[in-house]
Design a protein around this ligand. Sequence first.
Ligand code: AMP
Length: 187
Amino acid sequence: MQARKKDKMEENIITIEDVKASIRNIPDYPKKGIQFKDLTTAIKQPEIFHFLIEEISAMYMGRGITKVVGIESRGFILGGALAARLGAGFVPIRKPNKLPAERYSVNYMLEYGEDSIEIHKDAIEPGEIILLHDDLLATGGTSKAALELLSHFNPEDIYLNFIVELNFLNGRKVVGDDYDISSMVHF
Ligand code: AMP
């Protein structure tokens, strides 16, 4: 089995459909009505993990990306690997009171209640080209808040990338048409 999987990776015959099939759906988690897309079943497979890193980094190669910004916490899983592949630095956007130095902060609405995220004030220089990465685009609230944080830095360009996009929630509309958004897998 292991040998067969290794062959598949070396022959580069993993497909987006394989990735899609490797994602586990958990109904009614964390609350009733939510179809939770569990990526742990995808990324625990070396050939899928490798495929995601190679495919996503290839998409952004040559675009001059200087920073990959990952959103806590699932945006960190691929974020660091993508930064390494792209020759970029990695910047974390974190939940409140985790970052030790001076930071920008933004509040945003969740389905119930609100939350906030933060970034260090010295994380990015003006004119940088940013790849904002998270595991999943749902309603777009988190990404919109992250973009608000990034607006403090006057970047030259911002690309957005997700492993999964839940099309029916229209997060793309919330993020806005001005942005280049790409997702590997759509539900
Ligand atoms: P949103 O702000 O609605 O776009 O939600 C995006 C964030 O919430 C991402 O960081 C996801 O990890 C998480 N998330 C939202 N909905 C789901 C879902 N159905 N399955 C897995 N993760 C989700």
